[in-house]
Design a protein around this ligand. Structure first.
Ligand SMILES: Nc1nc2c(ncn2[C@@H]2O[C@H](COP(=O)(O)OP(=O)(O)OP(=O)(O)O)[C@@H](O)[C@H]2O)c(=O)[nH]1
Length: 356
């Protein structure tokens, strides 16, 4: 769980560039192998003898382009790769169906790959429209070459056969991908709800539950004295009831938000901030010396005392600190911080107290 809010990526990539490049390497190797097999068995056609090296060079060039192009260009490279593969598979199958070339061909059996690769490489909507175009090109291309050497009935029979098989491919793939998208959307919603459960909706920082989750994730209770040390600060806004009474609850909410934002800006990324409840915040710091913790607490106290919001200018906080060196458990550290906070309040507020 992130301790600070992050902006989600606006256009998440369909496929990691690294995975895409691995697939390009796989495509190069596959084409080389088939080329080698066709050559050694003597069944290589004139068409494939020219098409194999062209495809291999194109994949290699796209591999290089993918290494040096921006994230937004990766999707265009996916489409280009797809069009090369689909273009090759359709054209080789059509070529092998031309009367004089049709002595022996296993090209048609690969045509189903066009649909699988479309859903692998392209975003769902793009894949759906592209596969319809590819299906149309496959049917028209095969019809045009078959009708020249066969009767209308036979040609339509073969083309219908291809059409039915390919439509089944498309529907099955589309269904599988839709289910995957729906599952991903449900996961996103679950993550969002889970995040809501850990975030204070007024201030946008972690709530008490979120803080406790971070404590558990960091194994705070298991941290032994003398190894990784930590400190807890309890930060309490002074005379907050009076602010509410005098300026209203809505202004109180604005102050809470402003104080949280100031604390969040002042701590380091590795420190953890949360709203413990009401007008009380907690900061967890790791591996700072007591002097550094005290300096940070003073910086936080001073920063808050400089805040002003419309008519409210004298916003102050009292801070109590507890160090892990003086306690065995997190609860004990909290108790120490709490009694130091009490002392800070007793001594007139707008101050920091610790036990070292
Ligand atoms: N506006 C607003 N007020 C809140 C919220 N949560 C708690 N409070 C108020 O915070 C006030 C806390 O008051 P007290 O516990 O008496 O503390 P205090 O007035 O700050 O006095 P000291 O802590 O002793 O300086 C109460 O009036 C609560 O109603 C909130 O989310 N929004």
């Amino acid at each position: 769980m992130s301790h600070r809010n992050k902006q989600p990526a606006r256009h998440p990539p369909i496929m990691e560039p690294k995975v895409f490049r691995r697939l390009l390497v796989l495509a190069c190797i596959s084409f080389m192998l088939i080329w080698l097999i066709d050559e050694s068995s003597g069944i290589i056609s004139q068409y494939d003898a020219a098409a194999y090296p062209i495809c291999i060079c194109a994949f290699a060039a796209i591999y290089v382009a993918s290494r040096y192009s921006s994230a937004s260009w990766q999707n265009n490279l996916h489409l280009l790769t797809y069009l090369i593969v689909a273009g090759y598979l359709i054209s080789t199958s059509i070529w092998h169906h031309i009367g004089s070339n049709a002595l022996f061909s296993n090209a048609a059996q690969w045509l189903g790959l066009n649909y699988v690769i479309a859903y692998l490489f392209l975003e769902v909507k793009r894949a759906a429209s592209t596969t319809i175009l590819i299906l149309a090109a496959t049917l028209i291309g095969h019809y045009v070459v078959l009708i020249q050497n066969h009767g209308l009935e036979d040609t339509i029979g073969v083309v219908l056969n291809i059409a039915v098989a390919h439509i089944v491919y498309i529907i099955l793939l589309w269904t599988v991908v839709r289910l995957r998208v729906k599952a991903a959307q449900a996961n996103t919603r679950i993550n969002l709800l889970e995040n809501y459960a850990y975030v204070d909706l007024l201030t946008g920082i972690l709530n008490r539950r979120g803080m406790e989750k971070v404590f558990d994730e960091l194994g705070i209770d298991q941290i032994k004295t003398g190894s990784q040390r930590y400190a807890l600060m309890i930060i309490d806004i002074d005379y907050f009831k009076q602010v509410n009474d005098q300026f209203g609850h809505a202004m109180g909410d604005k102050i809470l938000t402003k104080v949280a934002a100031k604390l969040n800006r002042t701590i380091r990324p590795e420190d953890v901030l949360g709203r413990w409840g009401g007008e009380e915040f907690v900061v967890l710091t790791l591996n700072r010396t007591p002097q550094e913790v005290l300096a940070l607490a003073e910086q936080l106290r001073f920063g808050i005392s400089q805040l002003s919001l419309e008519d409210v200018s004298d916003i102050t906080v009292s801070i109590g600190i507890g160090f892990s060196d003086l306690a065995k458990t997190r609860q004990e550290v909290f108790t120490i911080a709490d009694s130091n906070l009490y002392e800070a309040k007793q001594s007139g507020r707008d101050s920091v107290r610790c036990s070292i």
